[in-house]
Design a protein around this ligand. Structure first.
Ligand SMILES: NC(=O)C1=CN([C@@H]2O[C@H](COP(=O)(O)OP(=O)(O)OC[C@H]3O[C@@H](n4cnc5c(N)ncnc54)[C@H](O)[C@@H]3O)[C@@H](O)[C@H]2O)C=CC1
Ligand SMILES: O=C(O)C1=N[C@H](C(=O)O)C[C@H](O)C1
Length: 266
């Protein structure tokens, strides 16, 4: 029998949060019990303009939400500052977090991993829930063993707060596991305009584009003598992320450690 999972969503009015509310509404074994918003404390979600007709309480204080409701999983889709507070509250209340929020540091993830292990609570942090994006990262990791010169171009909507994207950072981390550290480009190259060559992770350059009209896109471009290889993924809407969110929620209630990256549970 499929396990019934009681869920709270933080950031329900956001691009991703709204899709996550719809996911919980249409998934039989998911029950949305409450949402955590930056405002609207004490209202019902269905009474907020533009929200699906789902009748659950709205809290601005996550601790109060956890005290007044029995929650198995928190889905956090906010920003790193809020996400850090929500993770802390979740672990304190024995609630398993599924975190799509990007912008956490390596140090944040290491600290959370230790806490999850100590408390024996499942946590999933996934910089990208789109299955195609995870495949792009996996293929890029494979290619790096044969074509180690690589640059990453990530392109997003202009309301995105963090740069580079969580996906670009995770891609670089995976590539790093599969190639020797190297400095790319000309050994004497200079920038006459700061930032012209992009950000740098282990010699890999990352370029961030922000434009209205875009959703979430990334190209990983490899170069070798006389050839290039480009691996590209496009999310054309936020529904693309929901099968991954569902997978993470179903995984997190069955495990007792932190997983960073959907590729580890697919
Ligand atoms: N892992 C993945 O596959 C994906 C991750 N993201 C990440 O998810 C996060 C959210 O993205 P979007 O939905 O596009 O952003 P958004 O700006 O549309 O939504 C963020 C929501 O968080 C809410 N919020 C802010 N402070 C809050 C607080 N203290 N308590 C409760 N809610 C609060 C805001 O009111 C807003 O509704 C970002 O970090 C983004 O990078 C976005 C898309 C896919
Ligand atoms: O903010 C977004 O939109 C996205 N954020 C994630 C990231 O930073 O990688 C995932 C996806 O790219 C969409």
């Amino acid at each position: 029998m499929t396990k019934h999972i009681r869920i709270a969503i933080a950031g329900p009015r956001g691009n991703m949060g709204t899709e996550a509310v719809k996911l919980t509404d249409r998934t039989e074994h998911f029950e949305l019990c409450a949402v955590i918003d930056s405002k609207n404390n004490g209202s019902r979600l269905k009474d907020i303009a533009g929200m699906p007709a789902v009748d659950v309480p709205v809290y601005t204080d996550i601790n109060q939400c956890f005290q007044e409701n029995t929650i198995d999983v928190l889905i956090d889709l906010t920003n790193p500052e809020t996400g850090r507070k929500h993770l802390e509250a979740s672990l304190a209340h024995g609630v398993s977090p599924v975190v799509g929020t990007t912008g956490f540091t390596e140090a944040d993830i290491e600290k959370l991993s230790r806490e999850a292990e100590q408390k024996q609570i499942g946590v999933v942090i996934a910089p990208n829930f789109a299955i195609g994006a995870v495949l792009m990262m996996k293929f890029a990791k494979m290619a790096a063993a044969y074509m180690p010169d690589v640059e990453i171009m990530e392109m997003h909507h202009d309301r995105k707060l963090d740069a580079p994207s969580g996906t670009a950072i995770k891609t670089a981390e995976l590539i790093k596991e599969n190639r020797a550290s190297r400095r790319q480009g000309h050994e004497n190259e200079t920038e006459s305009l700061a930032g012209a060559r992009g950000a740098d992770i282990d010699g890999m350059k990352i370029h961030s584009v922000r434009l209205p009209g875009l959703v979430a896109h990334q190209q990983v471009m490899f170069g070798g003598a006389g050839q290039t290889l480009t691996i590209k993924h496009d999310s054309i809407n936020r529904e693309s992320f929901m099968p991954g969110v569902q997978l993470a929620v179903e995984h997190v209630v069955e495990h007792k450690e932190l997983v960073y990256g959907l590729e580890n549970i697919m």
